[in-house]
Design a binder for this molecule. Structure first.
Ligand SMILES: [Zn+2]
Length: 233
């Protein structure tokens, strides 16, 4: 089952793929960002609050799908949502992180590195004039979600599962969409009375209880870098 081995990438990072369609659906991105925001250091939380657009209040989750909404207006950003591997069950940044024209760094891991670097200039006064740090924050928080959607790091040949037809219960879907939305929405309906806040609470309880022993490993970067898109092992 080739596409299962695409479930290889994870990010171990600071705070804490495929073209055609969005990353996680709205609730997936909302969940990732709400949990991430709740785990920020005070300095990072203050910076996020300052950078969020006024309409978002202090809710990063509410704007975590912004990058999908601007995908057509910012056409250059389309390749930044995923990584194509050459139909092999492994990932190499130097081999795989490029767009269709072969431009290096144009993939979701490259985007995470880039926007993290930009955000680290916050308050330094150095490059704030050159970069829109609000957009950098919205891109980074979205791409952190995308890279954890297993089919956003997958085979070029099946467009990250977008050409694989499957059935989700009685509905015909493509495999990519099952991961984007159906798994999450069905879990919400069946386990959490269709309430995304309850789903978020349950995941947060897992993080603080059942998965607590794993967190140091998730937070360790073998490359000792602030942004660390890395293989999940
Ligand atoms: Zn996306």
């Amino acid at each position: 089952m080739g596409y299962w081995c695409t479930n290889l990438l994870t990010i171990v990072s600071i705070l804490l793929l495929f073209p055609v369609i969005n990353g996680w659906g709205i609730d997936g991105h909302l969940t990732v960002c709400r949990i991430a925001q709740s785990r920020l250091s005070k300095a990072a939380a203050d910076a996020v609050k300052q950078l969020l657009p006024e309409y978002a209040g202090n809710d990063l989750g509410s704007v975590c799908s912004w990058a999908d909404k601007v995908r057509f207006r910012y056409q250059w950003s389309a390749p930044l949502h995923f990584i194509n591997t050459p139909d092999v069950c492994n990932y190499k940044y130097t081999r795989d992180c490029e767009d269709d024209n072969g431009e290096k760094g144009k993939c979701v891991a490259g985007a995470i590195n880039n926007y993290t670097t930009q955000l680290l200039t916050y308050n330094s006064g150095s490059s704030q004039a050159d970069n829109n740090l609000t957009e950098a924050l919205l891109f980074l928080s979205h791409f952190m979600g995308d890279i954890h959607q297993p089919l956003h790091v997958g085979f070029a040949s099946d467009k990250g599962g977008n050409t694989i037809d499957v059935h989700w219960y009685r509905r015909k879907e493509v495999l990519h969409h099952i991961w984007d939305a159906d798994i999450i929405e069905t879990a919400e309906e069946r386990l959490y009375n269709s309430n995304v806040d309850d789903l978020i609470d349950a995941v947060q309880k897992n993080i603080t209880n059942d998965w607590a022993d794993l967190i140091p490993r998730w937070e360790t970067c073998s490359l000792n870098k602030t942004a660390c898109p890395d293989m999940y092992v």
